[in-house]
Design a protein around this ligand. Structure first.
Ligand SMILES: Cc1cc2nc3c(=O)[nH]c(=O)nc-3n(C[C@H](O)[C@H](O)[C@H](O)COP(=O)(O)OP(=O)(O)OC[C@H]3O[C@@H](n4cnc5c(N)ncnc54)[C@H](O)[C@@H]3O)c2cc1C
Length: 290
């Protein structure tokens, strides 16, 4: 019961301890939460309410008027594992594209560009079902990670946590990025794969560039059924964690209003492939945004 109470979502005061430019359009923020317990599971997320930033007041007031609804807190997966001293989030900047975007993005531009060390943030956490159960080793030997773009963030936490705990799971990461410069945590994954080859296999798949000197392994193209199949040794003993772009609620709503089904994005495509390969939905966890 006490455990239950402690695990409730709560507001936490965080200070940005460090900022790393992860890619040309994404920044990693290392958050110091002081004496607060880091009682989260790897793979979970925090939320950040944009109303806390005074400089967003006018744009939020305008957007709430035109959207007719209150701007919600934005979710950010944690790329950290609970044994690490800081909470890591990596925020990719959304852009307003004239003629394409309906509204300008609210929170990702200031978080990814204007949050220097020392910035204080109120975060809420910790929550989310995207976590590996403690007893996963009873059902599986392998965890297959299918990730694209910023969808790598929670899986980075999952992999580090499992390696740290020394459980018997082998992780296979198939990570799709547009180009080398879009890969998150490149050096960390290369070091993890080199130092823990028994526990981790990493393949980078680039969709818009021929891979050149990418460690530990790479190929050109999207993740597809043939590739995924080649990495599945024992389907019944494999769990899948899939994270990346997926159809957003308003995209689904707008498509249905036009009498259409929305075009599948990365996560919908992966889930379809997994079902065709024979995976049961109980073997698959998915998370998506953007
Ligand atoms: C569980 C979870 C984990 C996440 N983890 C991460 C992460 O690790 N890193 C990361 O970068 N992001 C993550 N996200 C996405 C993040 O929560 C934000 O959605 C993202 O940062 C964009 O927020 P924003 O305020 O900048 O843009 P928004 O203001 O949300 O706008 C984004 C786009 O949506 C459009 N839009 C917004 N509202 C509407 C509407 N009502 N109708 C039509 N179009 C609309 C806008 O025009 C714009 O193009 C996660 C999301 C979830 C659900």
């Amino acid at each position: 019961m006490a455990e239950e109470r402690r695990r409730k979502v709560r507001e936490i005061q965080a200070v940005v301890a460090d900022v790393r430019e992860e890619t040309h359009d994404a920044a990693s923020l290392l958050l110091d939460i002081g004496d607060e317990e880091r009682d989260y599971k790897a793979g979970q997320f925090i939320t950040i309410d944009p109303h806390q930033f005074g400089f967003l007041e006018q744009v939020i007031a305008y957007l709430e008027e035109v959207k007719g609804t209150r701007e919600k807190p934005r979710a950010y997966s944690m790329g950290s594992a609970p044994h690490e001293p800081h909470i890591l989030i990596t925020v990719k900047e959304e852009r307003f594209w004239p003629g394409e975007s309906k509204y300008p993005p609210v929170l990702s531009p200031p978080l990814s560009r204007h949050c220097p060390p020392g910035t204080t943030l109120t975060i809420s956490g910790f929550t989310g079902p995207y976590a590996i159960p403690q007893d996963a080793g009873q059902k599986a030997d392998t965890v297959l990670h299918l990730c694209a773009g910023s969808g790598i963030v929670p899986n980075f936490g999952l992999i580090k946590d499992s390696i740290h705990r020394g459980d018997d799971l082998h992780h296979v990461l198939l990570y799709s990025s547009k180009t080398r410069s879009d890969i998150f945590y490149y050096d960390q994954f290369a070091a993890l794969a080199a130092g823990h080859s028994e526990q981790l296999t990493v393949l980078h798949s680039l969709t818009r560039e021929d891979p050149h000197q990418i460690e530990p392994a790479s190929r050109k193209g999207r993740l597809d059924a043939e590739l995924i199949k080649s990495y599945v040794k024992d389907l019944d003993r494999t769990l899948v964690y899939c994270c990346g772009p997926g159809v957003l609620p308003w995209e689904r709503k707008e498509a249905r209003e036009r009498g259409e089904e929305p075009a599948p994005k990365f996560v919908e495509t992966m889930i379809q492939i997994l079902h065709e390969l024979g995976f049961d939905k109980r073997q698959i966890k998915q998370e998506s945004w953007g």
